[in-house]
Design a protein around this ligand. Structure first.
Ligand SMILES: Nc1ncnc2c1ncn2[C@@H]1O[C@H](COP(=O)(O)OP(=O)(O)OP(=O)(O)O)[C@@H](O)[C@H]1O
Ligand SMILES: [Mg+2]
Length: 439
């Protein structure tokens, strides 16, 4: 009933949601599908030797975003601790597991601070990392603790050799503390299959090649996981098999298989349209899905652009202009970027255009963020990179255009272009020639 206040939902019951938490992207279902093998391996390769034989083992866990790594390791860890607390009075304080998300603790100092605080050891701010690491190792040794340290998003520590610094100390405790007793096992979780290449040999050897890869889910598996999720979250099935297929193919094709996007699409639909009766009988759902998927893509790209500076946006705009001319290789994109930089210098007082490397890195980042897709083709003398939009081109163009407009860049670029051609007294054909020249 409309009572004119805009709060007419007060007094109503939500009719679709059974468990709101299950609509969050980091919710962990009791039953994780299709990961039995991986769970078994983590149990037998890390937890079991640590518990039964006082042995430390280190393990790398790889997998693309949204393949269930965090959910699985957190679930195993919770279960292990619950069983331990309930069934083994004698050993329950002998084994300690610590979960650290390195993303929020991405320097050795932050990492050790967090680790030590979880183990109840004071971090001394006046001390060096080495001194603190020694203090930590001494604590573990004195209490004869068996520790399992889970480093989620370990590649966040990759910068300037940070990961080596942390891992070196943790994997060789007897080198920093004479007569070390107790154990330290590491589970390092990462998106980057090449992370080993950034590790020193001495660190790599302590992992002994032990790794588990979480393969990306197939389309059918994505459908089952999303279907399970709606069963947990909703009072009745709202997404039909056909709807789930659509969501799963979007996850696969547009979001590199990141299942979070599927969960996000479902919860967006529910929050925006959940109370409409039309959802329940399946009508219009295909339209609603299309519209939701577009909105999410647009939101992603806006979020991506929110902290980008002029030069970044110029690369994006150069990309858009090139693509419209059916030019998808690096060189034409770079030339366009340089041209835009010249205009920008006239009216925006910016520094001059940046290097090939800068532009390549930005395009790589756009690739990593599912905005464009980079594919490298082999040619006679080497390789050539091609870039195609992953987000529908018109959404991409519209979003970048709005941002450029909002920042006032278009107007300035236009003025810059006029000024540039006046000062250089160029005819149109001369201008074209100049534009074509690669710097
Ligand atoms: N096999 C599965 N069965 C049920 N739900 C799953 C499964 N795999 C993933 N999920 C759900 O998908 C979401 C994302 O999973 P998770 O956070 O574990 O991904 P991730 O591999 O850690 O990604 P990232 O590398 O980005 O951190 C979570 O809500 C999780 O519960
Ligand atoms: Mg994760």
């Amino acid at each position: 009933m409309d009572n004119g206040t805009g709060f007419d939902f007060i007094g109503q019951q939500n009719s679709v949601i059974k468990n709101k938490k299950a609509l969050d992207i980091d919710y962990i279902p009791d039953n994780m599908l299709y990961r039995e093998k991986e769970m078994e391996r983590i149990k037998t390769e890390v937890y079991k030797p640590s518990y039964l034989y006082d042995a430390s083992t280190n393990l790398m866990v790889y997998g693309d975003p949204g393949t269930g790594k965090t959910a699985i390791i957190r679930k195993l860890d919770n279960e292990f601790n619950t069983v331990l607390q309930q069934n083994d009075e004698e050993n329950k304080d002998k084994i300690k597991t610590i979960y650290i998300n390195c993303e929020g603790n991405d320097s050795p100092k932050a990492f050790f601070q967090e680790l030590m605080s979880q183990l109840g050891v004071d971090y001394s701010n006046g001390g060096t990392i080495s001194e603190n690491a020694q203090k930590l190792v001494a604590h573990i040794s004195n209490k004869k603790l068996n520790t399992i340290i889970i480093m989620d998003e370990a590649d966040s520590l990759d910068k300037r050799n940070y990961l080596n610094k942390v891992l070196y100390r943790l994997t060789r405790p007897s080198e920093i503390y004479d007569g070390f007793e107790g154990t330290i096992s590491i589970i390092a979780v990462s998106n980057d299959i090449n992370i080993k290449q950034s590790l020193n040999d001495s660190v790599n050897s302590t992992f002994g090649g032990k790794k588990i890869t979480f393969d990306s889910y197939t389309r059918d598996q994505i459908i089952d996981i999303l279907n399970q999720r709606q069963d947990i979250a909703l009072k009745e099935k709202i997404f039909t098999e056909k709807n789930l297929k659509k969501i799963a193919s979007t996850v696969e094709e547009d979001f590199s298989g990141d299942i979070r996007k599927g969960i996000e699409i479902m919860s967006d639909v529910i929050y925006k349209h959940g109370e409409q009766k039309l959802l329940q009988n399946g009508e219009k759902m295909s339209e609603i899905l299309e519209e939701t998927i577009e909105r999410i893509k647009r939101r992603d790209i806006e979020e991506f652009m929110s902290d980008k500076d002029l030069h970044y946006l110029l690369v994006m705009w150069a990309y858009i202009e090139s693509f419209e001319e059916a030019e998808t290789q690096f060189n034409p994109i770079y030339e366009r970027y340089k041209k835009l930089c010249k205009y920008a210098r006239e009216s925006l007082e910016t520094e001059k255009g940046k290097s090939h490397m800068y532009v390549r890195r930005r395009l790589d980042e756009m690739d990593e963020n599912n905005i464009i897709n980079k594919h490298v083709d082999r040619i006679d003398k080497g390789t050539v990179s091609n870039y195609t939009p992953l987000i529908s081109f018109y959404i991409l163009k519209d979003a970048v255009e709005s941002k450029m407009e909002k920042e006032g860049y278009f107007e300035k670029l236009h003025m810059g272009k006029m000024r540039y051609s006046e000062e250089n007294e160029l005819t149109e054909s001369e201008e074209k020639l100049l534009e074509a020249k690669v710097e």
